[in-house]
Design a protein around this ligand. Structure first.
Ligand code: 6PG
Length: 256
């Protein structure tokens, strides 16, 4: 178990989502107290849908000072924002349209644009938001994400960093366009240095189908080329794995 990593197992998906929501509320309050702003990168896929629905309801909806928050995305499929596969559409429908976050503080990756141009534009937007004109992201408070919400695919990918991808080795650019073995194949993704500059990298993993891969990622040999989720190890922050009992079932070092 690395020094800045911990694993939290909750008995059910509902309990898991409430714990994740509590973590985000706490991180937001701490960030706003320290820097006046909360910056979060949302993840896509299916798991976070239930978290976003919880965050959109009381007591959570008014527990986050949305007027001091900026919402970003960890990755996006290269599809229009109204496409059913869009991570933006997922977050908008389940959360962002239901809480008082200002539209100009929702920073969408433009999946409808040519991927390389969209990635470069998003990097410019991040550098502006974090006042870092050149070089890798800094991990000082306010200079990068307070929370990067992450999922893990059953092949060990996270964000849109897939096994064997050249993007895994990217250490300068903050955002890249990738072609992955998934539908749709064209994606835009944050790179590992950005996730590793975060105050908190928060993995949310649920379901028995994730158990074998989770055991490899958390308890197997370090092999981030094959297991990209292992790349996430924030320098000055923390990585916290929030799991339900089904996903944690194959872990040896954790009581479920
Ligand atoms: C995406 C996500 C991706 C996701 C994993 C897990 O765009 O699909 O950003 O990294 O987190 O694929 O997805 P599930 O939670 O749906 O299993």
């Amino acid at each position: 178990m690395t020094a800045n990593r911990d694993v939290v197992v909750r008995p059910t998906v509902d309990a898991l989502m409430r714990t994740a929501a509590d973590e985000i509320v706490t991180a937001a309050a701490n960030a706003i107290r320290a820097t006046g702003r909360f910056a979060i990168a949302l993840s896509g896929g299916s798991t976070p849908r239930r978290l976003y629905e919880v965050l959109a309801r009381e007591p959570y909806a008014t527990a986050i000072a949305w007027q001091h928050s900026d919402v970003f995305f960890g990755d996006e499929r290269c599809v229009p924002p109204d496409d059913p596969k869009s991570n933006y559409r997922l977050a908008h429908e389940t959360l962002l349209a239901r809480v008082p976050v200002a539209p100009e503080r929702v920073h969408r990756m433009r999946g409808e644009d040519p991927p390389d141009a969209a990635a470069a534009a998003y990097e410019r937007e991040l550098r502006t938001a974090f006042a870092t004109s050149a070089g890798p992201p800094r991990s000082t408070p306010g200079a990068c994400f307070d929370v990067v919400l992450l999922g893990m695919g059953d092949n060990g990918h996270t964000l849109s960093l897939f096994p064997g991808s050249p993007a895994l080795a990217e250490r300068e650019r903050w955002v890249v366009a990738v072609r992955v073995d998934a539908d749709p194949p064209e994606r835009i993704t944050l790179t590992a240095p950005v996730a590793n500059a975060a105050r908190l990298a928060l993995f949310l993993v649920a379901g028995a189908e994730k158990a074998p891969m989770l055991a490899r990622v958390l308890e197997g040999p370090h092999d981030p080329t094959d297991l990209p989720a292992q790349l996430v190890a924030p320098h000055d922050g923390r990585v916290r794995w929030l799991l339900d009992a089904a996903a944690a079932a194959s872990l040896r070092g954790v009581t479920t």
